[in-house]
Ligand binder design. Structure first.
Ligand SMILES: C[S@@+](CC[C@H](N)C(=O)[O-])C[C@H]1O[C@@H](n2cnc3c(N)ncnc32)[C@H](O)[C@@H]1O
Length: 220
């Protein structure tokens, strides 16, 4: 997703108490980054403008979530959205962190001791041209890294509008040692009250595109 340069993003992030610029320093210690350390720990990769993470943090105050993106400008917008969405309901938050991270280097940022309970991948770039497939956040190269720090009962929840990315990802998960325990090719037809709608999900659904989703767990 393209985003216009936001001059204010970096200065605001620099003084944001829940923003982490260098995730490598937190490797193996992510539970301790939160004021309540014994909550389930979730990670959203490619959080964009942070609407999903903000909704998640509001709806599940007893879960901690790290919202990660490669772009600081995007995280600056996410920070503003989180502040705005919590202040709109007169609440404060202690269960969301923002992280600048390139997912292709994720093993430098998360270790097995971090025991991530759930990874969310929402509407990642499809990278459908063959030679670019490796950049997909669901590519086996990525899934093998995620397995290193997912807790044994942990899961990955993936949503996309893109048919080719989705069908290829089903194969990626199966080939990488995951069981697919939930799958739908029309999420919105299922009327799932627990589904938190992301910015891209709203855009694509409004265009009439069907939203595909799956949940995958590591084979025992
Ligand atoms: C299409 S947007 C989706 C945003 C949001 N998840 C949603 O559903 O609306 C993809 C996001 O992934 C981020 N991204 C792309 N490649 C990434 C990478 N290698 N590591 C981390 N984030 C990445 C982009 O900056 C962008 O914010």
């Amino acid at each position: 997703m393209r985003i216009r340069r936001k001059k204010w993003a970096r200065p605001e992030l620099e003084v944001c108490p829940y923003y982490i610029e260098n995730g490598e320093e937190m490797r193996g210690r992510w539970h301790g980054a939160f004021s309540v350390t014994d909550r389930p720990l979730y990670l959203e990769i490619g959080c964009g403008k942070g609407i999903f993470a903000a909704q998640h943090a509001l709806k599940y105050p007893d879960a901690n979530i790290i919202a990660a993106d490669i772009k600081a400008d995007m995280l600056g917008v996410a920070r503003r959205n989180i502040e705005q969405m919590f202040s709109a309901v007169n609440k404060t938050h202690d269960n969301v962190m923002l992280l600048r991270m390139n997912a292709s280097l994720i093993e430098k940022v998360f270790a097995p001791e971090d025991r991530i309970d759930r990874i969310y991948i929402n509407f990642c770039n499809p990278w459908n041209r063959g030679k670019h497939n490796k950049r997909r956040l669901t590519h086996p190269r990525q899934l093998m890294q995620y397995k290193e720090f997912l807790s044994p009962d942990g899961e990955i929840r993936f949503k996309t509008d893109d048919d080719e990315l989705f069908e290829d990802s089903v194969v990626y998960f199966e080939e990488s040692g995951f069981d697919i325990c939930y799958i739908t090719r029309d999420l919105h037809a299922e009327d799932d009250e627990d589904n938190l709608i992301t910015e891209h999900e709203r855009l694509f659904a409004n265009e009439g595109k069907k939203i595909k989703a799956l949940t995958a767990r590591m084979k025992k």
